[in-house]
Design a binder for this molecule. Structure first.
Ligand code: ASP
Length: 441
């Protein structure tokens, strides 16, 4: 059974990382389809090759261009030299330089990081190189065109024993074959598309962490790694800010039920996190993860006898829609309705929204509050649990944190609480301690 293995930028940042990748691939003959990112950061203040490419393309002077382009060339050359590869990229660089100077396109420029890294990695592994531009097609919104891609890619994959397909880019789906990229971090999406079309048993996504953590390590010290998580739980956690995978990377394989495993190139022996469609695996704890975001505003609308007014909610949400905003939650009371929106986008349209709300629903009053952080407590185990909300609230009460909003969806997959921004971190730590550190199971 075939596996697709995607390696992120930090896994391919220099020759030492390439050697680790080589060993990982060669330790398992099923690892036949390889998707690389461009070389990432080697140390904290280093610059990713993709960022260098954007910089070179938008250079304001010839000196800036030459200097940046030379840095890019040197990054690849040192990998080639240190691995002792018989590979000369000078012709490729001449073509790229020419296309940069002719201002071919920024997406073309950004894609060259993956393209060149794919050539180097294919040479090192002795695998067939497949240019993503020939097999992956992307529409005008930056999404993959499955109808065009799937027949071509699946046929190509069936023809090769093993291959390297660069991540992050493909061709436009309009027949012009211009290079297009996914949004940043999009090599994850390529990995998923290859997994779908290669009919693989698992999509291994290799990065520099040993999986998804239960909570943000910048907030909770040494949080536990999540062993198994479902697509839905992952979606909830990523939406609220936890990020390891590109958010679109689930879609191509979702319908196929192909699991993804997040693995650490620097610690391949760690189990990592398995992401599945559904599972009977009991989670280690009643909750799977906690994530959150700061920077929300609440629009609090009050009107006597609101509960009798048909269409009130629709009119309010229409005002929000017409301002081009999406809303997060709408907790409501008998004569009150609250709409929670992202603060920065709201501020831009604040007065227009207020005026339109007055016109649309003639409220008694509208108050605004701009100091809200949302925390999501997510877990498939919560459905059968008892007293979970009570535990969340007593954790917060024990730290004297006031809960400003509560939302529990009917899926019972999550509970969302709103607290003041200043309580954000302390609230997450209190919830973590209650459900994970002090868990008696
Ligand atoms: N190299 C691209 C980026 O930096 C894509 C990726 O790494 O997935 O965003």
């Amino acid at each position: 059974m075939v596996k697709v293995v995607k390696f992120g930028g930090s896994s391919l940042a220099d020759s030492e990382q390439f050697k680790k990748v080589y060993n990982i691939i060669n330790s398992d003959p099923d690892r036949r389809y390889v998707v690389p990112s461009a070389p990432g950061k080697r140390f904290k203040d280093d610059i990713k090759v993709t960022d260098l490419l954007y910089k070179a393309y938008n250079a304001e002077s010839e000196i800036e261009f030459d200097c940046t382009f030379t840095t890019i060339k040197d990054r690849y050359q040192s990998i080639i030299d240190e691995l002792g590869l018989d590979l000369d990229l000078s012709e490729e660089f001449d073509i790229i330089e020419n296309n940069f100077k002719n201002k071919l396109s920024e997406e073309y420029a950004a894609s060259r990081g993956e393209y060149l890294n794919g050539i180097v990695l294919a040479k090192y592994l002795g695998f067939t190189f497949i240019d993503a531009a020939d097999v992956i097609f992307i529409d005008e919104n930056g999404n993959y065109d499955d109808k065009m891609t799937d027949p071509i890619l699946s046929k190509k994959l069936a023809e090769v024993e093993n291959c390297v397909i660069p991540g992050f880019y493909g061709s436009s789906n309009d027949g012009n074959k211009q290079i297009r990229t996914f949004s940043r971090g999009g090599s994850d999406v390529t990995g998923s598309i290859v997994a779908k079309n290669g009919r693989v048993k698992i999509y291994e996504n290799w990065t520099d962490v040993s999986g998804f953590l239960v909570a943000d390590p910048r907030i909770v010290k040494n949080p536990e790694v999540i062993g198994t998580i479902t697509y839905k739980e992952l979606r909830e956690l990523s939406y609220m800010g936890a990020s390891v995978l590109h958010e679109n990377s689930i879609f191509p394989i979702r319908s196929q039920g192909i699991p993804i495993v997040i693995k650490n190139t620097n610690r391949p022996e760690d189990a990592g996190t398995l992401i599945v469609e559904s599972t009977c695996h009991k989670p280690n704890h009643i909750i799977t993860g906690i994530s959150g975001k700061q920077g929300f505003a609440t629009i609090m609308i009050e009107k006597d006898m609101m509960n009798n007014e048909i269409g009130f909610g629709r009119k309010v949400l229409q005002v929000i829609e017409e301002a081009g905003l999406s809303y997060e939650h709408t907790p409501s009371g008998i004569d009150t309705m609250n709409v929670i929106v992202e603060l920065n986008s709201f501020i831009e349209h604040e007065q227009e929204i207020l005026a339109n709300l007055h016109r649309a629903v003639q409220p008694d009053s509208i108050e605004l509050e701009s100091d809200l952080a949302l925390i999501a407590i997510v877990g498939r185990g919560m459905r059968d649990g008892r007293g979970i909300a009570a535990k969340v609230f007593s954790a917060l009460a024990s730290k004297k944190i006031n809960v400003k909003m509560i939302d529990q969806g009917s899926s019972e997959l999550n509970i969302i609480v709103g607290v003041k921004n200043i309580h954000f971190k302390e609230a997450i730590r209190a919830i973590y301690d209650t459900f994970i550190t002090n868990d008696q199971n």
